[in-house]
Design a protein around this ligand. Structure first.
Ligand SMILES: Cc1cc2nc3c(=O)[nH]c(=O)nc-3n(C[C@H](O)[C@H](O)[C@H](O)COP(=O)(O)OP(=O)(O)OC[C@H]3O[C@@H](n4cnc5c(N)ncnc54)[C@H](O)[C@@H]3O)c2cc1C
Length: 470
């Protein structure tokens, strides 16, 4: 069947597809899905439980594979704005625990016009403002409590109101309530064995602290990004907006005693205690100890074990983003893969059309499942490698894994690829046969570390049966 479509760079007239979509959770995945569904002619209701876009969270990265989606919005103006507030990092410096520089590396893939290292809340608020300017129905302060579907419709109960649509996309984050309902997978989240302290504060806090001024050096030209790696502890610290903001995070081995949520305020003395035996402690501690009260958080690093599928029984509901595949943050791909999810599901709905919604959602899963699985496994291996960091190791593969920047991830254009691959994946769904995705490397090197850095972490291919025919 030939379908006319808007193409990777194009948009369809508003509401032209006749498809109505309910999106639950307006973080990065949900807002991208809302904007991209609107751009592909679907009508959207977005529901978010927080009363307004949150001003919580510190830094995350959107690599070129995610940024390419945002660059198409409003003739590039959304992207231009985000570029103006990003951490303008030129190089990442990797140190050992004695403050010896082990590597200084160009930030390819994160330069202006490529990718973005950004404050999370700024990003979410920017996407929300753009979505609102398009006239998308984005409702805040509305909590979804249950989900339903039949052969013709799907919907939710939100604050007691029953809403219906052609499909429901649940992007309600790592602690998703939708996941067990939609996927029938009731397993709890996996503790990774790590926890992280995180903080961000205005750089002026450091005005009277000469020992911390090193973090602001040179930031009029380019922001700083430093990664200190020691056994069981890795500290990342840097600046944003040319030295106006300072942030740091401390990933450490732990599985108990801290909150699962992003929002558990913590005391920096606990983070300082972790590095007290580091020869580099004075340098690192100078930035940590000045963190203003109540702006340091800690939480367990959790992950969603690979689910057997993301789509509901009748094929009209699916989970995306962290709800479907929360990664350990070592790959830096959580945000970018959420953006890819949102963009791909909108195109699948466009190409399948209103009469084939279950096909659309199953094709979305077929297209993305293996890519996501490889990135997830690579992230876990990177965490292992960081925890076991031994800078004195004689064998190359025992040294810590440094930079997650694999070109097979960064160079992917998920929108062009979806238009190219949709029919092949749809055939595989219809015939219950194997689909070989085009968004993973064909040479078996499913690593997430760039080739010229330390050897690529090889991840064994995921073996998974074909999806049931819808
Ligand atoms: C408060 C917060 C702070 C974060 N800070 C960072 C950070 O500093 N660095 C980083 O790398 N990552 C951070 N993350 C995670 C990061 O945003 C995600 O890994 C990534 O962007 C994928 O986004 P997502 O949209 O899938 O999930 P999320 O960003 O988690 O968004 C899920 C959304 O769903 C909403 N929701 C949940 N349940 C319901 C419900 N029943 N009804 C309606 N809405 C619901 C939540 O309020 C949330 O807005 C943070 C997440 C949150 C929620």
């Amino acid at each position: 069947m030939t379908v006319t479509h808007s193409g990777p760079n194009g948009t369809a007239p508003p509401n032209s597809s006749g498809i109505k979509v309910i999106i639950v959770g307006l973080g990065l995945a949900g807002l991208t899905a809302a904007i991209e569904c609107y751009r592909k002619g679907h009508s959207v209701i977005g529901l978010e439980k927080t009363p307004k876009p949150t001003h919580l969270g510190d830094i995350f990265s959107i690599s070129s594979n995610g940024a390419i989606v945002i660059q198409k919005w409003d003739g590039g103006s959304v992207s231009t704005y985000l570029d103006s507030v990003r951490c303008d990092v030129d190089k990442i410096t990797v140190w050992d625990e004695a403050a010896n520089v082990k590597l200084r590396k160009d930030m390819n893939g994160y330069r202006e016009g490529e990718g973005l290292v950004l404050n999370r809340s700024t990003t979410v608020c920017t996407l929300y403002e753009y979505g609102k300017s398009l006239g998308i129905d984005l409702r805040f302060g509305v909590s979804v409590s249950s989900y339903w579907e039949d052969d013709h419709q799907a919907g939710v109960i939100a604050d007691g109101e029953r809403l219906s649509a052609d499909c429901v996309i649940a992007s309600d984050g790592i602690h998703s309530k939708a996941r067990p309902i939609i996927t029938r997978d009731t397993r709890p989240l996996t503790k990774s064995g790590a926890a992280t302290y995180r903080a961000g504060y205005p750089a002026e806090v450091l005005n009277d602290h000469p020992d911390a001024q090193w973090i602001l050096e040179g930031t009029e030209k380019a922001d700083q990004l430093n990664h200190f790696i020691g056994k069981d502890i890795a500290v990342i610290m840097g600046t944003g907006r040319h030295g106006k903001d300072v942030y740091w995070g401390c990933l450490h081995r732990s599985s108990d005693g801290v909150s699962k949520s992003w929002l558990q305020p913590s005391d920096v003395t606990k983070a300082l205690a972790l590095i007290e035996n580091w020869p580099a402690r004075d340098k690192v501690a100078a930035v940590i100890k000045n963190t203003p009260n109540m702006t340091c958080y800690d939480h367990l690093v959790m992950a969603v074990d690979p689910l057997s599928g993301w789509v509901s029984e009748k094929g009209r509901m699916m989970v995306i983003g962290d709800a479907a595949h929360a990664f350990i943050p070592t790959s830096g791909q959580g945000a970018s893969q959420s953006i890819e999810d949102g963009a791909v599901v909108a195109i699948c709905l466009e190409l399948a059309g209103k009469d084939r919604i279950p096909l659309a959602l199953s094709v979305m899963e077929k297209l993305r499942y293996q890519r996501i699985s490889f990135i997830g496994e690579g992230s876990a291996k990177m965490l292992e490698s960081l925890h076991g960091a031994n800078w004195d190791a004689k064998q190359q593969d025992k040294l810590p894994t440094l930079i997650a920047r694999a070109m097979w991830i960064f160079d992917h254009d998920c929108q062009t690829s979806t238009y190219e691959e949709f029919n092949k994946a749809a055939d595989a769904v219809a015939t219950n046969s194997t689909y070989v995705p085009a968004n993973i490397p064909s040479d078996g090197r499913y690593g997430i570390v760039e080739e010229e850095g330390k050897s690529t972490v090889k991840v064994p291919p995921v073996t998974r049966g074909p999806l049931p025919v819808q």
